[in-house]
Each structure stands twice: as structure tokens, then as C-alpha cells.
Write a protein that binds this ligand. Structure first.
Ligand code: AMP
Length: 582
């Protein structure tokens, strides 16, 4: 690709990963030098010191909560060096699906640079295995609502901040095929209209489309679910060359009118292909015959969507994108051949200073009594990037050029090996416990596995779980787990009550099992919600300033998230309680 030298990128990556310890030390020095005038560091008495030992002595581990007063001052317009030497002028809204509201995090040019570095690194490796030709990418990317904070700073999601940057456009031109949709579609004010036009652009350029992507896999799946509903309208637009009246945003209409010409042959072709598909299997290769792969973050909370995405993808491979967050990037997927379920991320040692907090229950003794595990708990000390142990689980702590110092990201990862001297990570889960009534501890991952297990019973009825979440109901005595499912059709009473039992039996955590046996946790409740409920939740997040491309369905909805809980509860159509617990 023009202006891009993949081999050079790989060479640099090799050199840096061979010397990860030194690169980390120097990276921290640079961050601390650059930001030595930041009030936050000055208050901690760091006094210009840049060595690792002093850093760990003077600077405490923090969560977003502790940084909030500082961030709030920036948001309110304080332009002194609060967290960074060079004041922050843009704010990102992290998706905040766990807390129920977006969090403010600092955004600056350094984050754009590391984003481009990660993109280029994984692309260099990906392009070796899956080369893309000249053409275009069908990218389901959207801008979030943006607003000015009280202090006059622009606030929007991190992905929007990145998509808007000139570096992003230049990098995309250089490394992968540019997006087939015009900017007016990407940055349109109404995501439903943008999505429709992304699909339309994809079809207009169908022969040229080399890959299909989005930040998170959820938006790709969401787009093709939508395709099933609007394909005839898309065909009609292509046939007549005039845009559906559902598109009302003038700038989008103008931009689309430049691309749309009456093309009855193409409309017929698409119509016939869609009509010939059985249950939409292989939709993607039928529509986009030259697509080489489907690309987006597919690990963690995206895993439940892979089955359906594979259905649409047919033979086209799914490749997981990199690992990062609004707060900063962590690692690149340099082994794209691995299926997403096995995808790992190699930490780039020069994009931030990383520490790893060992988890007290990381010795593999999962079936050990949970109460005992609590007593054995000794205050763990974070270890450095090159000191982690293979097989262990850790919480990530981030220090970077965007004003975060020893920041607990809230993600749990497992070290699966080393690439040269830098660790290879597997994303495990968000660190906050999800479901707990008493001594039970079930995480996002446990919930996902239980749902997967129970959903097997739906296969016979050709049903699937479109999305799911959970809650703990403590208003009953004893408290119990509530699982919400949205299905793509109607399940029989018999099968659904069996699913409910299976869910209950599939939480294997010792605390849960023992509590259920003595009924100190009540029967599990499965609540089926109306079709479209998760769409309403998505719309709610968009209204709060979120972006579809960054959306992750919350896997636990507690009282802190009362609006979402309200949406769920008011859409329940049926509910089941598990019967006898073995
Ligand atoms: P956001 O709040 O939108 O910035 O999302 C950041 C969070 O998304 C991270 O802290 C992770 O929990 C999750 N995430 C990002 N990349 C990945 C990945 N490759 N695999 C799994 N989860 C990810």
C-alpha cells in the first residue's frame, strides 16, 4: 500500500519487544518529564523524579473515581496543567456501559498517535496473512453526539475523536482501503440513517469492498440484522437511483445523491441473491464477493455475537481487532489467523507504562471455597510488564501521556506467553464482580458461559438469544439472580423453562452452588423481554452521548443504572423460575 512499509513496522516492533524492560523504563521517564509540571504529579511530591522506584513510591494506584475531581476541573475549563503538562483540550466519553453513564476521560494528540501505531502494527501482521487489494472498506463507523462542556471543551466518544483526526484518514488511506461511505454518513447526526447509508454505499461499491469492519463486532452484527429488514428498500433505491424518504438529513441526502444512479441490473442482482439465501447464511460474501475478512474487536463482551456473525460471514474469516480503551491502547493482535475466541494481544512497550495487579484467586484453584480465598487475601503488589507470569491473571494498570498515572483500567487479562520479552495477553473480563447475593461470585464471563450453555436448548426451535443481561434481585428473601433474554422469535413454555433450569445449573461457582443447595440464594429467574428492547437500551446510550461503534451491551444492570433497568423491566413478556436444584 502507498506510503506504508509493513516490514519496517514489523522490524521496529521486533526491536522494541526484544528490549521491553528498557523501553518501558524510558517510556515512563518520557511521560514524567513531559508532564512534570502537572499539578497532580506535583501535589504527590514527585518533584521531577522520573525513575520507576520513585514513581511507585509517590504515586498511588487510582480508579476513575479518584481522578474525577481533576478531570472535572478540566471539563469546566481550567486550562492550567492539571493532569498533563500541555493542557487537555478535548474530552472523550468512554462507553460507560457498566456504570450506566459515560465517563469523561482526557483525550490528546498522543492518544491519536498511539492509536495509529497500534493500527499500523496489527495491519502489518494482518496484511501478511490476509492481503487486501486496492478497493474500499465497508466500515460501520459512526460519530457520537458531541457537545461543548461548560468550560468549552469538545466532548465526544474516543472513536469519534479518532475518526475526526486527519491522522486517522491518512493512515486509513495508507494502510487499508478507505471507507466506502462519505464523511457526511459517518458523521451524520442520526445513526439509523447513517447505518442505512453505510449499507447502501457498501452495495453500490460491492465489487470493490475488501473488508468489513467496525470498532466492536456488535455494530457489524447490528448492521446485518438491520439489512435483513431493509434490503428491499435498499434494492429499490439502487433501482431508481433515488434515496429512500427515511433519510431526512440534508447533508447525507446531498452526499448520497452524488453516489446513487439508477442501476436496475445491480438491484436485480442483489434482489435475486438475497431471495436465494437460506436464512441469510453467507450474506456477507454474497453481497461483497471480494471481501477478504471481517474485522473488529471480537473478544470479551463481544464473544456472544460471534456465532451469528459467522452465520452471516459464511467462509469469510473473522479477525479480532486490537485491545484498548478510551483511556489508552494496550496491545495489538499480531496473530490474526487465530479465531477470535483464541485471540491474544501483544503489549506495545512504548505506548504507555504498564503494571499488572495480580489477582488473589489466580492460581487456578477455582473450586476452592470462596470464603477461604477471601481470608487468604494478601495485599497484592503490582508487577512490571516484563515481570508477569504466564498463566496468571492480572488487572491492568495504565500510565500514559494522556494524564493517567497508575490508573486501574478495570480489565482482567491472562498472560498466555511472551512475544520476545513483552507479554501476550488474553482478555478475560471486566474486573468488577457481576452477580453476587452472598458468598457467590459470578463474573461477566461466568454469565456468558451459562447463557451459551442454556441457549443450546433453543437450537431445536431455531431460536437464538439476540442479547442478554442480568441483575440480582435482593428484594426477595432470599435474593436471586435475574437473567434477561431477548430472543429472535417466540419460544415454547416448555423449552424456556428448561432454559431457565439450565441457566441455574450452569453457574458452577462453588459459592453459588452451595448457596443454591441450602436455598440461601433463591431460584433463578429468566425474564424474556420484547423484541427490540436492547435496541431501546442502545438508543438510551446514544442519547447520553455514546456512539454505536463503541457500544457494549451491559451484562449487569444494577440500580445505579436505573433507566436501563426500567427499560428492561417494562418490556418483560414472560418470566420463569428455575425448579429443583441438584
Ligand atoms: P470504552 O469504554 O468504550 O473505551 O471501552 C473500553 C473497554 O472495552 C476496555 O476497557 C475493555 O473492557 C473493552 N475492550 C476493548 N478492547 C477489547 C478487546 N480487544 N477485547 C475485549 N475487550 C475489549
Amino acid at each position: 500500500m502507498e506510503g506504508f512499509n509493513g516490514e519496517k513496522v514489523i522490524e521496529e516492533f521486533e526491536a522494541m519487544t526484544k528490549d521491553a524492560e528498557r523501553v518501558q523504563r524510558e517510556c515512563l521517564e518520557k511521560i514524567l518529564e513531559k508532564n512534570s509540571s502537572a499539578e497532580y504529579l506535583q501535589n504527590l511530591g514527585l518533584n521531577g523524579r522520573t525513575d520507576t522506584e520513585s514513581y511507585k513510591t509517590f504515586v498511588p494506584l487510582v480508579t476513575h473515581k479518584e481522578l474525577e475531581p481533576y478531570i472535572q476541573r478540566i471539563v469546566d475549563g481550567d486550562s492550567s496543567p492539571v493532569l498533563t503538562g500541555k493542557p487537555i483540550t478535548t474530552i472523550s466519553l468512554s462507553s460507560g456501559t457498566t456504570q450506566g453513564r459515560p465517563k469523561f476521560v482526557p483525550f490528546n494528540d498522543e492518544l491519536v498517535e498511539t492509536t495509529m501505531q497500534i493500527y499500523k502494527t496489527s495491519f502489518a501482521f494482518r496484511n501478511r496473512e490476509f492481503p487486501v487489494g486496492n478497493g474500499k472498506a465497508l466500515q460501520f463507523i459512526y460519530s457520537s453526539k458531541q457537545f461543548k462542556t461548560k468550560g468549552g471543551l469538545a466532548a465526544r466518544t474516543a472513536t469519534t475523536n479518532v475518526f475526526r483526526s486527519s491522522q486517522f484518514k491518512n493512515t486509513m488511506k495508507a494502510i487499508q482501503s478507505p471507507c466506502c461511505s462519505p464523511d457526511e454518513v459517518i458523521f451524520g447526526p442520526d445513526f439509523h440513517q447513517s447505518l442505512y447509508c453505510h449499507l447502501l454505499c457498501g452495495l453500490i461499491f460491492r465489487e470493490e469492498i475488501q473488508l468489513i469492519s467496525s470498532t466492536f463486532a456488535h455494530s457489524i452484527l447490528h448492521a446485518f440484522r438491520r439489512f435483513e429488514l431493509v434490503w428491499e428498500e435498499l434494492c429499490a433505491d439502487i433501482r431508481t437511483g433515488s434515496l429512500s424518504s427515511r433519510i431526512t438529513v440534508p447533508s447525507i441526502r446531498t452526499a448520497m445523491s452524488k453516489l446513487l444512479r439508477p442501476n436496475p441490473e445491480l438491484a436485480d442482482l442483489i434482489y435475486n441473491k438475497c431471495s436465494g439465501l437460506s436464512n441469510w447464511y453467507g450474506l456477507i460474501p454474497e453481497m461483497f464477493p471480494n471481501s477478504k475478512y471481517i474485522y473488529g474487536i471480537m473478544t470479551g463482551s463481544m464473544e456472544p455475537y460471534l456465532k451469528k456473525l459467522r452465520h452471516y460471514a459464511g467462509e469469510v474469516p473473522l479477525l479480532s481487532a486490537d485491545y484498548g480503551s478510551s483511556e489508552g491502547w494496550i496491545g495489538a493482535n499480531i496473530n490474526p489467523k487465530l479465531p477470535p475466541e483464541l485471540a491474544t494481544y501483544v503489549v506495545l512497550p512504548d505506548i504507555g507504562y504498564f503494571e499488572f495487579l495480580p489477582l488473589n484467586n489466580s492460581n487456578g484453584d477455582q473450586d476452592q471455597d470462596n470464603t477461604e480465598a477471601t481470608f487468604l487475601y494478601v495485599d497484592p503488589k503490582p508487577v512490571g510488564l516484563t515481570e508477569v507470569k504466564v498463566g496468571e491473571e492480572y488487572e491492568i494498570i495504565l500510565t500514559n501521556n494522556a494524564g493517567l498515572y497508575r490508573y486501574r483500567l478495570g480489565d482482567v487479562v491472562k498472560v498466555t506467553g511472551f512475544y520476545n520479552s513483552t507479554p501476550i495477553l488474553k482478555f478475560v473480563r471486566r474486573s468488577n464482580l457481576l452477580l453476587t447475593v452472598n458468598i457467590d461470585k459470578n463474573t461477566e464471563k461466568d454469565l456468558q458461559l451459562a447463557v451459551e450453555e442454556a441457549a443450546k436448548l433453543l437450537a431445536g426451535e431455531k431460536l437464538e438469544v439476540v442479547d442478554f443481561t442480568s441483575n440480582v434481585d435482593l428484594s426477595t428473601e432470599p435474593g436471586h439472580y435475574v437473567i434477561f433474554w431477548e430472543l429472535n422469535g417466540e419460544g415454547s413454555e416448555e423449552v424456556l423453562s428448561e432454559c431457565c433450569n439450565r441457566l441455574d445449573q450452569s453457574f458452577v461457582d462453588a459459592g453459588y452452588v452451595s448457596s443454591r443447595k441450602v436455598n440461601s440464594i433463591g431460584a433463578l429467574e429468566l425474564r424474556i423481554v420484547r423484541r427490540g428492547t436492547f435496541q431501546k437500551i442502545l438508543d438510551h446510550f446514544l442519547a447520553l452521548g455514546g456512539a454505536v461503534s463503541q457500544f457494549k451491551s451491559p451484562r449487569y444492570v444494577g440500580s445505579a443504572n436505573s433507566v436501563v433497568l426500567q427499560i428492561l423491566c417494562s418490556n418483560v413478556v414472560k418470566s420463569y423460575f428455575s425448579t429443583a436444584f441438584k
